[in-house]
Design a protein around this ligand. Structure first.
Ligand code: GDP
Ligand code: MN
Length: 398
């Protein structure tokens, strides 16, 4: 799960990371009011969306008066901000953060990520802040400083000092850098984050080290341990299909094709998507109902897939181990009786209680297309989708 910049700043400042003074606003009037309340004569207003690259896309504006803030944010609220990270559809702006502008001397890149090769938290830093890390690693790879943290002993002060020296931080400010690094590391590990990125971390004209931007991503599977983080979720920033699924405890990834997939297990989902592509189709989603799915859960999955307007055929592919084919079949039948499904449905069942499952499908009297192997299922799904598209030219072809 991602959170907003202003939320990440609040989280990090609780761990000792210094951030500029700032306040959140939900309207242009409130943004102007927040600036007056804060005082000063220069502010930066920043669109709060779950994506980077806002500066270049017009989502970050420096303003010299509250009237300017009002005008700048009037052009932001309710708009979609399209950055190179959002995709062409962009992300809606419903909150802006108003910050006291700071005089910047230097911009540093600082990131904490999980390095799966070393199985450790890795710190990535560069004196070339402000640029995206992808650009830094392409243009100035030699400027990147890396350090991994031994989990049993945690981030050591000497490591922080080494990073600070490698970044050319002057001796009088090294202690501030150590505090920033330690704060990020503690926030990362104590809150089960998978990413902390401060870009830029700035050195101000008056010798302070401040996080001018902040991004944090958390491990979804650990959110139950952190209710205060979990409540920071902002559904307006998520793919609505994916948040509906998360609310129902289903694992769903929306894709661009037309064939909806209801599958159990991530591996089988991958194989199903590959096979659909091999047969000439494009998957519309990746929906994993998981193990031990009850008929109700299968029915929920069906409703979810059908709520995507791009779905023009549904392939149910279940290899039941912990699952039971009869339950899955009942779920499919239940869903098809409740939800109006006017697209072809292809069902392939294998494994536990497969005969019972087939019987339920056969006796339902529903116009289901059945298949025994995965290949056959994918081919029938693509063929059924094609013939539907041919009969009804209003359906969008990929
Ligand atoms: P991003 O583009 O989404 O990564 O948004 P950032 O928060 O990183 O802002 C983009 C750029 O705006 C930063 O790299 C800074 O150069 C600039 N910026 C942000 N806040 C301030 C500020 O308080 N003062 C000044 N002078 N520039 C700022
Ligand atoms: Mn940034």
């Amino acid at each position: 799960m991602d959170i907003h910049e202003y939320q990440a700043k609040e989280v990090l400042s609780n761990f000792g990371v210094a951030v500029p003074q700032g306040a959140l606003a939900y309207s242009p009037e409130q943004a102007a009011y927040r600036a007056r309340e804060m005082g000063g004569d220069r502010w930066v207003v920043k669109a709060q969306v779950h994506a980077g690259g806002r500066g270049k896309a017009g989502g970050v504006k420096v303003c010299d008066s509250d009237a300017e803030i009002q005008a700048a944010t009037e052009g932001m609220f309710g708009q979609k901000l399209v950055t190179h990270q959002t995709g062409p559809e962009g992300k809606g702006i419903y909150r802006v953060y108003v910050e006291a502008a700071v005089p910047i001397d230097r911009e540093i890149y600082l990131g904490f990520v999980l390095d799966r090769t070393s199985q450790r938290v890795m710190i990535v830093a560069s004196a070339e802040g402000g640029m995206e890390i992808e650009d830094i690693s392409a243009e100035r790879p030699d400027s990147i400083v890396r350090a991994t943290v031994e989990p049993a002993v945690g981030l050591q002060e000497f490591q922080c000092r080494e990073i600070a020296f490698d970044l050319g931080i002057e001796p009088g400010m090294v202690q501030q850098m150590v505090r920033t690094l330690q704060g990020c590391y503690r926030a990362f590990t104590e809150l089960d984050a998978t990413m902390v990125e401060i870009n830029p971390l700035v050195i101000t004209g008056d010798n302070r080290i401040l996080a001018l931007d902040a991004k944090m991503t958390f491990d979804d599977n650990a959110l139950f341990r952190h209710p205060q983080i979990s409540e920071l979720r902002d559904k307006s920033q998520e793919d609505p299909r994916e948040s509906r699924a998360a609310d129902r405890g289903l694992s769903y990834v929306g894709l661009d094709g037309n064939i909806g997939c209801i599958v159990n297990g991530a591996g089988l989902a991958m194989a199903t998507m590959d096979t659909i592509k091999l047969a000439g189709g494009e998957p519309a989603n990746f929906l994993d109902i998981g193990g031990g799915a009850t008929p109700e859960r299968v029915a929920k999955a069906f409703r979810l897939v059908m709520s995507d307007k791009n779905v023009q055929a549904v392939l149910v592919n279940i290899f039941a181990g912990i699952n039971r084919c009869d339950w899955v079949a009942e779920g499919v039948v239940q869903a098809l009786r409740e939800v109006q499904v006017d697209v072809p449905v292809i069902v392939r069942l294998a494994g536990t209680n497969v005969q019972e499952g087939q019987k339920i499908l056969a006796q339902s009297g529903l116009p289901l297309i059945r298949a025994t192997t995965l290949n056959e299922a994918a081919e029938r799904a693509v063929a059924a989708w094609r013939s539907d598209v041919n009969q009804n030219p209003n359906l969008r072809a990929v």
